[in-house]
Design a protein around this ligand. Structure first.
Ligand SMILES: [Mg+2]
Length: 222
């Protein structure tokens, strides 16, 4: 069975410092790959019949105002490609990416409260690609000519919604706790669903630990 490993981007692969990567002129200097990511991806690259994709919500594209002017869809793609190339140069290979520039009404309400404006073209409630919906995982599977039911799916991310998405896709959700995870109370929420889903939820120490977990799981299945 093909293994599909989906990686969140901000806060999982690269440092997430609330700067909406791509919104400033010096965005390339803001790309800092987190510890264990290159080694973790390399470890996964050694496994046969395993594909890695980046799956990321990019709500910054939907934000209006001078601060977010540069962060359009074109820039969103540039940042994704830049990160993939940066990893590739260090020997860590990723097959492709999917990113969702839309936001839902819940996001809109929160944005309003902190005085942020949203471009109405990007408000799409229940968009199939918007995490934790699994549209982007389905597309990733299609890239390799598979249905998600034919894949062993792992989703790695720093937010509750990342774990939730992995479960919704019928796979495993792996949390790599970072700065935001604890700040937003996501780690506690993941611990709660871990009680229910047991073996399908894992809280990793870091990215390398997440990759090691997948490697060991696959070895025990073979
Ligand atoms: Mg994230």
């Amino acid at each position: 069975m093909t293994t599909l490993v989906c990686l969140d981007r901000d806060g999982t692969i690269n440092k997430d410092e609330d700067y909406f990567l791509g919104s400033s002129l010096n965005w390339k200097q803001q790309v800092k790959i987190l510890e264990g990511v290159v080694d973790g991806i390399k470890l996964l690259n050694n496994i046969s019949d395993l594909e890695i994709f980046i799956i990321t919500n990019q709500s910054g594209v939907a934000l209006k105002g001078s601060k977010f002017e540069l962060l359009n869809e074109k820039r969103m793609h540039e940042v994704n490609e830049y990160i993939i190339n940066l990893l590739e140069r260090q020997g860590a290979k990723i097959r492709g990416y999917f990113s969702c520039p839309y936001v839902d009404n819940k996001y809109l309400e929160k944005a309003k409260k902190i005085g942020r404006e949203i471009n109405p073209d990007y408000i799409k409630d229940k968009h199939p690609d918007l995490k934790p919906n699994i549209g982007m995982i389905i597309k990733a599977a299609e890239t390799i000519e598979k249905k998600i039911e034919e894949c062993n799916i792992y989703n790695i991310g720093d937010r509750y919604t990342d774990v939730e998405m992995g479960l919704k896709a019928g796979g495993t959700g792996i949390l790599v706790p970072g700065k935001k995870t604890r700040e937003l109370g996501d780690e506690a929420r993941v611990k709660e669903i871990q009680e229910i889903y047991k073996q399908r939820v894992y809280i990793a120490k870091d990215f390398l630990d997440a990759a090691t977990y997948i490697t060991n799981k696959l070895l025990s299945l073979s």
